[in-house]
Design a protein around this ligand. Structure first.
Ligand SMILES: [Cu+2]
Length: 139
């Protein structure tokens, strides 16, 4: 299933590159993209910190998801990732709208979010019930 998603992601990247054939470096940031802001989110047993993430629509972010627990967690926000423009090199880190983060590990995804209010959860069994629920507000 994961392999299939990666193949889809690579396919999407190939299409994107074809669509921008006039630009030799499709993945390079454009000159007017502005400075990137780091947004760090910490995962623990059983919480997100911050629980409510505020982002600016159209701005570039490095979303740094840091799991500080001794067990695995994920950052699942299907609608948020579907609406965001994720940098091609990071696309494989997001599978079915989730970033899986092993114990004591960090995953960084570079993206540009779109306006909206999105649900954030950890989909590991019981984790949302225990408190791993949050919200991403993009204005
Ligand atoms: Cu979890």
């Amino acid at each position: 299933m994961r392999r299939f998603s990666i193949i889809l992601a690579i396919g999407a990247m190939a299409l994107c590159t074809a669509g921008h054939a006039s630009q030799p470096e499709a993945a390079a940031p454009s000159a007017n993209a502005g400075a990137e802001t780091e947004q760090r989110v910490e995962l623990s047993n059983f919480d997100f910190n911050p629980k409510e993430i505020h982002l600016q629509a159209g701005h570039s972010y490095a979303l740094v998801v840091a799991n500080q627990a001794s067990g695995g967690h994920n950052f699942s926000a299907r609608e948020f990732f579907a609406a965001s423009k994720i940098q091609a090199a990071d696309a494989a880190l997001v599978t079915d709208g989730e970033i899986e983060v092993p114990a004591m590990s960090t995953r960084t995804v570079h993206l540009v979010p779109a306006a909206g209010s999105y649900k954030l959860v950890c989909t590991h069994a019981g984790h949302a019930f225990l408190g791993m629920r949050g919200k991403i507000v993009v204005e």
